[in-house]
Design a protein around this ligand. Structure first.
Ligand SMILES: Cc1cc2nc3c(=O)[nH]c(=O)nc-3n(C[C@H](O)[C@H](O)[C@H](O)COP(=O)(O)OP(=O)(O)OC[C@H]3O[C@@H](n4cnc5c(N)ncnc54)[C@H](O)[C@@H]3O)c2cc1C
Length: 396
């Protein structure tokens, strides 16, 4: 099996690396390139991040796999992957859901009005989206969602609650899955809507995760929207939600943050001292870090299997589940081992006097837990591997 990228792809990557070198010389560099960035905090908003995204857009890096008629470059999806892998490997924010999940769904199923209104703004990095899927009773079992959208005259009126909506507090538009036919089987009565985030019927409340990352619960009270903001066909939303996951396969599965975390652990073993000697003198520490090196290599290969299958136009459901399960668990184990290495001091938080590495490992130890939940929990990934990958069906 050959996981190598083509010459053209490598040449593109080299150009992009040069582009990032220029960015690194810019005034926002220290905010944009943060190798200690935890994956769940990519979507924290800042003027620097918005400026960086706008410059990426001006340089033509946003929407590269979109068709030319919509302003894209019609490059294969692997280019989206190369961009995001390079960005995350350098600790920079990645290109988000507006381009993949939302932009590509609008291209595939949206009306001309939605295309004209949203696609140019996405390409220019002028708008941010929040993704409203999960609810208090619908996370892993998303198709059980209950947020109600009723047709009243010309309008749709939405009532109910969403949960865990990242970026709701700074996004411009809300991409919402709602129940439009409560009588239909649960996968068949769902539709997708676009709701302006400043609608007076929306109430956004902060939820702080254990990784210090902000997410939100959002309440809908008589949120009325025009018929144009129903995406595609009524009651076809479940199909769009599933398809959108496939659009994101290239963009979301970057291994860069894990590699950075492992490099930081190796550095820790060289720098930190126990009884006056570097930790790396300890054969038990070296043994464990060598094991991690092998596991990091395994994670990289699992990730390449996702990309290799997606390049062939196949849907890598099982491969993606294996990679998500293994890599997020590994990130967690690495952060946890770093705390073990640092001893009690390793539990000091950022800002506390004497906190080793500025308390970053303590933060990492908490933030990596969140990675094992968001985007589909560890247990759900294992279910996919067992059922779809191995045919171990319940009651079979
Ligand atoms: C930081 C963060 C950001 C998020 N951002 C967004 C967002 O922007 N938009 C959005 O829509 N959602 C978002 N989510 C929600 C995320 O997708 C859900 O948290 C996730 O799908 C799990 O759903 P749940 O939290 O409802 O847990 P539940 O589904 O209630 O699961 C609870 C526990 O039961 C386990 N479990 C559930 N079903 C099974 C099963 N069949 N077999 C075995 N075990 C099972 C789970 O693994 C978990 O341990 C975010 C979550 C987090 C943590």
């Amino acid at each position: 099996m050959n996981f190598a990228f083509s010459e053209e792809e490598m040449a593109f990557l080299k150009d992009f690396q040069q582009y990032l070198e220029q960015e690194k010389a810019g005034p926002d560099s220290s905010v944009i390139f943060a190798p200690w960035r935890e994956t769940d905090s990519w979507l924290v908003d800042s003027p620097e991040r918005r400026g960086f995204m706008k410059r990426l857009a001006q340089a033509g890096y946003i929407g590269m796999s979109w068709e030319k008629q919509y302003g894209g470059r019609e490059r294969p999806g692997v280019y989206d992957y190369l961009l995001n892998e390079e960005l995350s490997s350098q600790g920079a924010p990645i290109i988000g859901k507006g381009v993949g999940c939302i932009g590509k769904t609008i291209i595939a199923h949206g009306s001309d009005k939605l295309k004209q209104e949203f696609l140019p703004q996405i390409l220019a990095a002028d708008i941010e989206f929040a993704l409203g899927y999960s609810e208090p009773g619908a996370g892993s079992d998303l198709a059980s969602l209950r947020l109600r959208a009723e047709r009243r005259g010309d309008e749709w009126v939405l009532n109910g609650q969403k949960m865990w909506t990242t970026s709701a507090h700074f996004a411009d538009w809300y991409w919402v899955a709602a129940r439009t036919d409560p009588e239909a089987p649960k996968h068949k009565g769902i539709s997708v809507f676009l709701v302006p985030m400043d609608h007076p019927g929306l109430t956004i409340k902060e939820i702080k995760t254990m990784g210090d990352h902000r997410t939100n619960e959002v309440f809908f009270d008589e949120v009325n929207i025009g018929p144009d903001y129903l995406v595609g066909e009524e009651n076809a939303g479940w199909r769009y939600v599933c398809e959108a996951l496939d659009y994101e396969r290239f963009a979301l599965y970057t291994v860069g943050p894990l590699l950075l975390k492992f490099e930081a652990l190796v550095e820790l073993a060289k720098v930190a001292r126990r009884d006056g000697r570097p930790l790396s003198d300890d054969p038990v520490v070296r043994d464990r870090i060598a094991e991690f090196a092998c596991e990091v290599e395994m994670a990289t290969m699992l990730q390449r299997r996702v990309i290799a299958k997606a390049i062939k136009g196949e849907v890598p459901t099982v491969e993606a589940a294996m990679y998500k399960y293994f890599s997020t668990g590994l990130g967690r184990r690495i952060a946890n081992y770093a705390i073990d290495c640092l001893g009690p001091l390793g539990l000091l938080k950022s800002g506390a006097p004497g906190a080793p590495f500025g308390g970053r490992w303590e933060m990492s130890d908490r933030a990596t837990v969140v990675d094992t939940i968001g985007g589909g929990s560890t247990e759900v990934q294992k279910n996919i591997v067992a059922r779809r990958g191995l045919g171990l069906m319940v009651g079979a």
